[in-house]
Design a protein around this ligand. Structure first.
Ligand SMILES: [Zn+2]
Length: 335
């Protein structure tokens, strides 16, 4: 029999249906990820092809070459400064696509993967995300800054070269609005941050905790919507990714490497999306939101029921996912 679990941070119910697990597979109609090469002369993100992207706006430089490179997206979803004035009436409202859409090229190596890069380099990538977050958050029009990474064709990536993206939006994204509304209500009811309470209870329960490093924890949330969904979050109150402190950078890099490496070994190297959720840009001082980095493997595709109901069906209980990830991480560490 299936079980329904409610996510206290969204009030959404997810369906745990382990008996449907046989349905998990790599989506057969998707192209396989090509065999990687360390340099691809046709790739716009490989060294030597820098002129194929818009001019660099940030990153990390070594003595003789770039290590991490930030460029505007060539085909941005949002672009540039301007007014956020709405036009039209309630039925036909619109506004200009003011905002920013940037690409973080994570390594000069075409075939690099975050879990294989040395921790120092992953720290550079995360530090670059934080720099871009802080810079974009200051823009007058910015309502949210979303950091994400699409890995593999099942996660929507079109370029193999390792990269992530930072988008600053001129409106509150619906996901962010919902989470913020639920967190506000919870704070009003209890005087606590719903995420702080959730993380504290998960750490007491323990069976869904994947790993802890310093002041950060990785866990498979109680109401995981997808197989092997994993969150990395602070164990103390911190509402926005821009507030991440230098002292926690290295621990976050290590945890992220562990989680991605564990996922690769335990779950058959799935395509995945990575998303960093934060409080809305001007609400960082409020005590009721907690930033968290989510890794969402793409091991099935939402079908009619999911689209029609907004509910997800998860075939791997998070307790089992966490146990498998813990074991895989321990095995990798021993190699
Ligand atoms: Zn490349």
């Amino acid at each position: 029999m299936s079980t329904l679990r409610q996510d206290p941070t969204t009030k959404e119910w997810v369906i745990l249906a382990p008996h449907r697990a046989a349905r998990i597979h790599r989506l057969p109609w998707l192209p396989a990820r090509p065999d990687p090469v360390d340099h691809d002369p046709t790739c716009p993100f490989c060294p030597g092809n820098e002129s194929q992207t818009p001019p660099e706006i940030g990153g990390v430089r070594g003595e003789d070459a770039w290590r991490v490179r930030v460029v505007p997206n060539l085909v941005p979803a949002f672009d540039g400064e301007g007014t956020t004035e709405r036009r039209g009436g309630p039925a036909f409202r619109e506004m200009g696509g003011v905002g920013a859409h940037e690409v973080v090229v994570e390594s000069p190596r075409h075939d690099a993967r975050l879990e294989e890069l040395d921790p120092e380099h992953v720290t550079r990538v995360i530090d670059t995300w934080r720099t871009r977050y802080r810079d974009l958050k200051r823009r007058a029009w910015a309502r949210a800054v979303v950091i994400f990474k699409n890995f593999g064709p099942g996660a929507g990536t079109s370029i193999l070269h390792p990269h992530s993206q930072v988008v600053a939006t001129p409106v509150f994204p619906p996901e962010s609005l919902l989470r913020f509304a639920v967190a506000t209500r919870y704070y009003d009811d209890t005087g606590h941050c719903v995420y702080d309470d959730l993380i504290a209870e998960e750490r007491v329960a323990g069976d869904r905790v994947v790993s802890e490093r310093g002041r950060l924890v990785a866990l498979a949330p109680y109401a995981s919507g997808t197989p092997y969904e994993t969150w990395i979050a602070p164990t103390f109150h911190q509402s926005s990714f821009g507030q991440l402190e230098d002292d926690d950078l290295e621990d976050l890099a290590q945890l992220l490497r562990d989680v991605l490496g564990g996922l690769r070994d335990a779950a058959g190297d799935p395509d995945f999306n990575l998303v960093v959720a934060s409080a809305p840009a001007h609400e960082e001082s409020k005590p009721f939101f907690l930033w968290h980095l989510k890794v969402l493997p793409r091991m099935s595709t939402p079908a009619g029921f999911e689209l029609g109901s907004g509910m997800s069906i998860n075939t791997v209980p998070p307790e089992e996912a966490a146990a498998a990830l813990r074991e895989a991480i321990t095995t990798r560490a021993g190699r």
